[in-house]
Design a protein around this ligand. Structure first.
Ligand SMILES: Nc1ncnc2c1ncn2[C@@H]1O[C@H](COP(=O)(O)OP(=O)(O)OP(=O)(O)O)[C@@H](O)[C@H]1O
Length: 474
């Protein structure tokens, strides 16, 4: 075969190939669209137009392609002159496999573009599409899980400038910088969980998961599986396939173990192994898995007493007690009340579109309460007061009706100090004592001066005079 012959053969075969290729695409394509140089539709087939909600393909003519086909890249093709040979166009239902090529005139200039949508017919692509859809779904669920597993609070959320609160924050920041276990100790509602989030958020593991598990909230029979996960076949039913435990989910990140004092003894030994050997076995499995977690534990019970009484393993206690942080109860850091109230009321302002303000007598009342539920109780009380009342001004009476029974501070903390403060003399100390006593009785009687006078055994006008002299309002 001479060169010339093969060349002429090649040209005719090429022409045939081009025609066949185009016909095949057109035949198998569920949608074809042609645009001009400005990416305006000059032709679209009826079926494709219907897919985008048009009754008649004519309605699309002359309109910018993106108005009809959201997310179309035809404009990019005509402006760059480069084809996009295989792409996936996301649609509300099934994604489309699309191919877009520029159309050139005889001189080679781009005069428009043609797009083919190749879907149902292309069976060979269906595994690819299924995989794509699965990956999209996995991505969406991983994204939302990751969001759910990110720290919700930072140190800025922990309000308080009393010496007790400052010390807590100082130690917590130190904890964030280290890998050692942190033990958060404090009554309910003192902000242990908030701090755990904040420590994680400031730690080198911040971009890894933060996973919580509450040893008191999960029945003992389920706790081990929840913690270590289950191996395939360990259970029947829904868990047949096996399920990862919190330890696996927290891998690389932080595990917040709330109410660790309530952990059953058998599980305590297994947790000890995780901390010592950094390994564990899912329930029903002999496979040993490595664990890389940072532990933050919290409890509101007296762990020392639990150890003495044999309810908590001493060796585990020493393991987790590397950096203990004791959060004082609110009644021992009443200096934090104004800032806490302000922050809580600020949050409520956003919810209710009202600027709330706490009166001085309201604050004085709050300073008389023992706060067994700590900051959580304070938040609830302020929320209730705002809901029950109809004024932006929050005073002692409004707080008292929302609070119900005031639980007075224990005598030891409410009694004024019997030592002289620096610069104080007998008269100043006596004045301070009287001020505190009257405040506390007024708070007890919801600001009712008559009742307070009776309780104090004073005449009503005497009490009024004293209050005026001491700068107190009812
Ligand atoms: N210092 C603080 N500043 C601002 N908000 C706080 C503070 N301490 C606690 N809170 C708020 O009080 C509520 C209770 O806090 P958290 O759940 O962290 O307490 P906890 O000690 O973990 O309680 P429990 O032991 O009952 O689980 C939350 O709404 C939290 O945001």
């Amino acid at each position: 075969m001479s060169d010339n012959h093969s060349l002429s053969d090649y040209q005719s075969v090429r022409q045939l190939a081009i025609r066949s290729l185009f016909e095949i695409f057109e035949q198998f394509s569920e949608g074809t669209v042609i645009v001009d140089r400005d990416a305006r539709i000059v032709w679209i087939n009826q079926r494709y137009a219907q897919r985008f909600g048009l009754d008649d393909a004519e309605q699309a003519i002359g309109r910018p392609v993106e108005q009809i086909i959201p997310g179309s890249l035809m404009r990019e093709v005509v402006s760059s002159g480069r084809p996009i040979l295989l792409d996936i166009l996301d649609m509300a239902k099934d994604p489309l496999v699309v191919m877009r090529v520029p159309i050139r005139d005889d001189a080679g200039a781009v005069i428009g573009g043609i797009g083919f949508a190749l879907f149902d017919e292309l069976r060979t692509l269906s595994p690819l599409l299924t995989r794509y859809q699965r990956m999209q779904a996995e991505l969406a669920s991983t994204r939302s899980l990751l969001q759910a597993r990110q720290a919700k609070y930072s140190f800025g959320h922990f309000i308080g400038t009393s010496p007790g609160s400052l010390e807590v924050k100082r130690r917590a920041r130190r904890g964030a910088a280290s890998e050692a276990p942190v033990l958060l100790l404090g009554e309910t509602g003192t902000g242990k969980e908030l701090l755990a989030h904040a420590i994680h958020a400031s730690s080198p593991r911040a971009d890894k998961p933060f996973v919580s598990i509450n040893a008191a909230a999960i029945p003992e029979s389920l706790l081990e599986a929840e913690f270590f996960g289950t191996a395939p076949g360990a259970f029947t039913g829904a868990d047949r396939k096996g399920r990862p435990g919190k330890l696996q989910i927290a891998q690389g990140g932080t595990l917040f173990l709330d109410e660790i004092g309530d952990m059953p003894l058998a599980l305590q030994s297994k947790l000890l192994r995780v901390l010592q050997e950094k390994e564990f076995e899912p329930v029903g499995s002999n496979e040993v898995l490595r664990s890389d977690i940072r532990l933050i534990a919290a409890t509101s019970i007296d762990l020392n007493a639990a150890v003495r009484e044999g309810r908590f393993r001493a060796d585990l206690f020493y393991r987790i007690n590397v950096l203990p942080i004791e959060i004082p109860p609110l009644r021992k850091r009443l200096d934090d009340l104004p800032a806490l109230c302000e922050a809580i009321l600020d949050g409520l302002r956003d919810d209710h579109q009202t600027l709330y303000e706490l009166d001085a007598d309201g604050l004085a009342l709050l300073a008389q309460h023992a706060w067994p539920g700590n900051v959580r109780e304070l938040r609830n009380l302020l929320e209730r007061t705002v809901l029950l009342g109809d004024r932006p001004q929050i005073d002692a009476a409004a707080l008292h009706s929302a609070l119900g029974t005031l639980q007075p501070l224990p005598a030891a903390t409410s009694a004024p100090s019997v030592t002289l403060a620096a610069g104080q003399d007998f008269y100043a100390a006596r004045e301070e004592f009287e001020r505190q006593l009257i405040r506390s009785v007024l708070a007890e009687q919801a600001g009712n001066v008559d009742a307070a006078a009776r309780r104090l055994g004073l005449g009503r006008s005497t009490l009024y005079k004293k209050m005026a002299a001491l700068g107190l309002s009812s």
